[in-house]
Design a protein around this ligand. Structure first.
Ligand SMILES: CC(C)(COP(=O)(O)OP(=O)(O)OC[C@H]1O[C@@H](n2cnc3c(N)ncnc32)[C@H](O)[C@@H]1OP(=O)(O)O)[C@@H](O)C(=O)NCCC(=O)NCCS
Length: 149
């Protein structure tokens, strides 16, 4: 909570990450620390209602630690963890305004799912939540099917 607003460039998304995530999804979430300070985290879970799917709810890296592979490392560990749970697909969403996140997910092999609408050339679906009015939906297969993109 202490780092989120700064790490998200002033966007306050803290209400999207209530305590329940840290009580019920610890074993599928990750924190990277340096000198006992958090420098990165990923909160994810294996979907109880969608067999074979895992979901990254939030992931962030300290601004001073970016573009050094830490985000990719956190995702890579989550992919392995999800595969260990029998998952073949990882999903995530981001706001179209978050161009860095879109580029990052693409780089990691996520494909953008078709949306009902388009913002800045990105396929989006309407979501009235605090991320913004639209969301880009990503999918990354872990079984080599369907390719990246
Ligand atoms: C998105 C985020 C987690 C990426 O973390 P990171 O540690 O900087 O990412 P990495 O260094 O592991 O980058 C992995 C790849 O993505 C690319 N990438 C990362 N950020 C990028 C950006 N802003 N623009 C373009 N490409 C980017 C890297 O160049 C790298 O590609 P490479 O393997 O060719 O070098 C980080 O920028 C962040 O915390 N952003 C704010 C929070 C956020 O938006 N979270 C995601 C939505 S929940």
């Amino acid at each position: 909570m202490a780092v989120m607003v700064e790490w998200w460039g002033g966007r306050d998304l803290r209400s999207m990450l209530p305590r329940v995530f840290f009580e019920h999804f610890c074993s599928t979430s990750l924190v990277a620390e340096h000198d006992d300070e958090p420098v990165g985290f990923l909160v994810g879970f294996v979907c109880p209602d969608h067999p074979g799917e895992a979901y990254v709810h939030f992931a962030g890296v300290h601004p001073a630690w970016r573009r050094a592979g830490l985000g990719a490392e956190l995702y890579g560990r989550f992919f392995a963890l999800a595969a260990d749970h029998g998952c073949t697909v990882v999903r995530a969403v981001t706001a179209p305004v978050n161009k860095g996140s879109v580029a990052f997910h693409r780089r990691l092999g996520f494909r953008l799912l078709p949306g009902a609408d388009e913002v800045d050339g990105l396929p989006v679906s309407v979501d009235p939540g605090p991320y913004g009015e639209h969301l880009v939906h990503f999918e990354r297969r872990l079984d080599g099917e369907g390719g990246g993109g």
